[in-house]
Design a protein around this ligand. Sequence first.
Ligand code: SF4
Length: 453
Amino acid sequence: MTRPTRGAPGGRRAAEKIALISLGCAKNLVDSEVMLGTLKKSGFVIVTRAEDADVVIVNTCGFIGPARMEAEETLGTVLRLKEKDPRKKIVAAGCYVERDRPGLQKKFPGVDAWTGVRSFDRIAAIVRGQPVSGPDRTFLYSDASPRLVSTPGTWAYVKVSEGCSHSCGFCAIPLIKGPYVSRSLASIVREVRTLAGLGVKEIDLISHDTTWFGRDRGLRDGLVKLLERLVRVEGVAWVRFLYGYPGEITEPLLEIMADPKICRYFDIPFQHSDPGLIKAMKRGLDGVRALRLLDRIRAKLPGAAVRTSLIVGFPGEGRREFAGLRNFVRTARFDHLGVFTYSPERGTAAFGRTDTVEAAEKERRRGEIMDIQANLSLERNRGYLGRQVEVIVECRETGDSSLWVGRGRFQAPEVDGVIRFDLPAGMTAHPSPIVRVEITAAGAYDLEGRLVP
Ligand code: SF4
C-alpha cells in the first residue's frame, strides 16, 4: 500500500484531507468522532465532502442485513470516486469489517486499508499504511482521547462502554464487539465537564445496554451512581440515557430519574410481547411484564416518555403471536417506536431456526405496527397542543431561515420527532440554548410552535 503524497506550492507538502462517512448508530458516530479527533491531532485536515478528500473513511455498520447492504453501497460509491482519481485512498472501518473482513476484502479489492472496531486510536497509522502494533483489544475511548464532536453544539453523545454481555438470540453485537467493558466513572464525569465547558447542555449517555454500566467493574447501581455525579456538573441542563435493558429498570434508577436534570425518557427495546418468542430471543420481559413495568414507570414519573423497538418476523412468529404484538402496542401506548424486520445473523442462537416468515410478510407486519403507532403518536402529540414545553435548540430549519428546530425532553436526538418553532416579530435569534415554546400544531412525528419570549 502506498501513501498518496501531494506536492504543495513552494515545495511544502500539503496536509492530507480526510472525509469520513459514518453509518449506523450513535455508538458508531462517537467512534467516528474519536477517529476524526485523532486524525486532526495527527495533522490531517478534515473535509466534509468525499469528493474533496485525499482519504475517505467509511465507518460501517454490520448489525443486520440492511445495514450491511448500505455499507456495501457506500463503499461502491466511494470506490467509484477513486476510479476518477486513483490517488484517492479508501479506508473501510467499523462493525462490518470486524464481522467479515475476508468477505469484504474479496468484494472490494480496491479498498486500501481496513480496520475493525479495536484500533480507532491507531487510525492515523492505518491511514498512512504504517504497521500497527499492539494487542487486538477492545478500544475504549476516554476523556483524554481527541474527539471532534459533530452533533449540534447544544448536545452530545457520551458512550459509557463498549460491547455487550447479553446473548440475545438474534443479535450479533457480542460477536462483533465482545463482552461489556465500562469506562471509568471518573473519565465520563471529566468528559462531561469538558463538554459542558464547550456549551453542551444535553448529555445523551449511550452504549449497547446503558443500564449494565459499571457491572464489569464491580460497581452496583453503576448507572444510578453515574447519574448522581452528572446532575452535579455545572452547565449541564439535561441528562438522558438511551438503550436500557427491560429487566434492569430498578427502583433506585426510577428514584434518581426524578431529578429535574434527568429527562423522564426511557428507551427500552422490548423486542416482542409473546412469551414463547421472548424466551427464544433470550430477552427479559414478555408483554405482560413489560406492561407492568410501564405502569410502574408512569406511576412513579408522571409524564415519562417511553420509546421501544420491536422485531417482527422472528422465526415462529405466527398470526397469533403477531396479533398479540399488535395488542401489546395498542395497550402500551408508547411515545416512540421503531420496528425492525428479523434478519438471520450467522453465529447467533436464532440462526439455526428456520426463517418462517417471508420477507414480504415481515415488511407488511412492520408497516402494520408502524401504522398503529403513527395514530397513537399523533394522539400523544395532540396532547401537547396549547402547552408550553422546554426545547433545546439544534439548528435553523434547512431552507427556511425563519424557523428553528429543537427537541423537547420527551424527544431523543435523531430517532424521535422534532419541534419547529418561529420567533416573535422583531426577534432575530433565540435568546438561549434552551427556550420555551408554545405548541401550535401536531403531526404524528413532529410538533410546531412559537417561542415564548
Ligand atoms: S442487549 Fe441484546 S440486542 Fe442489545 S446489543 Fe446486547 S445482545 Fe444485542
